[in-house]
Design a binder for this molecule. Structure first.
Ligand SMILES: Nc1nc2c(ncn2[C@@H]2O[C@H](COP(=O)(O)OP(=O)(O)OP(=O)(O)O)[C@@H](O)[C@H]2O)c(=O)[nH]1
Ligand SMILES: C=C(OP(=O)(O)O)C(=O)O
Length: 220
């Protein structure tokens, strides 16, 4: 196989995903179907930008959700089923083990699923900066992590969750210093979504939010 990072993108079940964004897709109404469309759109924009980045070999969603899986496969991406016990770091550890079992020299990474403004060149530059070692990119607040990359042939050792930037640094991963705002802009709240829109949203997220604007002019 060729060189490059295999990026795992974890996504939890749609019924519980992106709870802090509920209502963002429909001007505060909180319709679950519209919310699910937004969650999937954030994911597809993230995966599509990641797939276009130099230095990325494969982009693989890790999920148990069948709707997410179908949407990801329809866009030509790959899906890996997560273990039944669930949990973000458990899913990523499982993905890392699976990839290493199939290819002991693989370079594994994890990318958050909510980077709808991600630009392929920001990601490619981050991978260049990472060099060969274990590295991570903090989110724009500096406390969370948007991407973690292992060294080739090594397990990912994910420590995602609140305050993960400090844990990843503490576990020896090098913090990436470049600005790269589109790689740092994960979207958990409506404020984050506004910031991502300022940077430039991907086409899937733009389409979901444009539908919102047609239905409710006040939401735009
Ligand atoms: N596969 C998998 N992914 C998970 C799991 N828990 C969280 N994630 C993903 O990890 C990322 C960060 O998760 P959280 O911040 O806990 O949840 P969120 O859905 O982004 O947002 P909130 O519901 O508002 O907390 C998101 O992409 C989630 O979909 C899990 O159990 N399995
Ligand atoms: C899981 C994390 O973040 P968020 O809750 O912002 O998605 C993280 O930064 O490790």
């Amino acid at each position: 196989m060729g060189t490059g990072v295999d990026l795992l993108v974890p996504v939890k079940m749609l019924h519980s995903a992106k709870s802090r964004l509920l209502g963002a897709a429909d001007g505060g109404v909180g319709d679950r179907a519209r919310h699910a469309q937004l969650v999937v759109a954030l994911l597809l924009d993230t995966m599509s930008a990641a797939r276009g980045a130099d230095g990325v070999r494969r982009v693989i969603a890790v999920t148990s959700d069948l709707v997410v899986s179908a949407a990801v496969l329809a866009e030509g991406h790959t899906v890996l089923a997560e273990p039944p016990e669930g949990g973000l770091n458990t899913a990523l550890r499982h993905g890392s083990e699976q990839l290493l079992a199939a290819d002991s020299s693989v370079r594994v990474g994890a990318l958050q699923a909510d980077l709808p403004a991600l630009r392929s060149d920001d990601l490619a530059e981050a991978l260049v900066e990472a060099g060969a070692g274990r590295a991570f990119c903090a989110d724009r607040q500096g406390t969370g992590t948007t991407m973690l990359i292992a060294a080739s042939g090594s397990p990912l050792r994910p420590e995602f969750g609140v305050g993960s930037a400090a844990r990843h640094a503490g576990s020896g991963a090098a913090p990436l210093a470049g600005r790269r705002p589109t790689l740092r802009c994960d979207v958990d709240t409506e404020d984050d979504l506004r910031e991502a829109a300022r940077l430039g949203l991907g086409e899937h997220t733009r389409a979901v939010l444009a539908a919102r604007c047609h239905r409710d002019r006040h939401a735009c």
